[in-house]
Design a protein around this ligand. Structure first.
Ligand code: S3P
Length: 179
């Protein structure tokens, strides 16, 4: 871990449907941290849904809003930050998070992701004639970014509670006083 990092927050990255939001809430409860979700922040700020932003202004406009939010997160303290699935594919976003947060990636197999997202309709990137193919394609592109997290946790066989426990442990280890 670099010395110039202050791990006062915890950021969750990972593909859609890996449980960032549900796990993040449990982690925040355990650590007595605030919880914040970048998509929620964007929606509250713009008064529009993510789907609406994608539909009317396109993905680049959404990514610009994400970058803006990431810039503001540096001022946070004791916060669990759940991020949108595409946010860390901009390396500047990922590196900015690393300055103040331990970055944990939740990983899941394509099959598990599909199982978790197939009955949800709020994700514009999966409004595709072949959503499973899209998941495959995006995962391949994004894997190298997700793998730059400090900690990678496979969520396939674990409940949200178990994943949260692992994360809390890793956060405490990362912040233990140096001996
Ligand atoms: C996206 C993931 C979504 C949301 C937007 C784009 C992506 O967040 O930010 O629909 O690019 O993977 P979740 O990962 O919370 O679903």
């Amino acid at each position: 871990m670099h010395n110039d990092r202050q791990l006062v927050n915890l950021a969750l990255i990972g593909f859609m449907g890996t449980g960032k939001t549900s796990v993040g809430r449990v982690v925040a409860e355990h650590l007595h941290f605030d919880f914040l979700d970048t998509d929620d922040l964007i929606q509250t700020r713009t008064g529009r849904t993510i789907a609406d932003i994608f539909a009317r202004e396109g993905e680049p406009a959404f990514r610009a809003l994400e970058r803006q939010v990431v810039g503001e997160l540096a001022a946070r303290n004791k916060t669990v930050i759940s991020t949108g699935g595409g946010l860390p594919t901009n390396l500047e976003n990922l590196n900015a998070l690393k300055v103040h947060a331990l970055v944990v990636c939740l990983w899941a197999s394509e099959e598990k992701i599909w199982e978790r997202v197939r009955n949800q309709s709020h994700r514009p990137l999966l409004h595709d004639p072949d959503p499973q193919g899209k998941i495959h394609e995006l995962l391949k592109i994004r894997a190298p970014f997700y793998q730059q997290a400090d900690v990678l946790i496979n969520t396939d066989q674990r409940s949200a509670r178990e994943v949260a426990q692992q994360i809390v442990l890793q956060f405490k280890l990362a912040n233990r006083p140096e001996r």
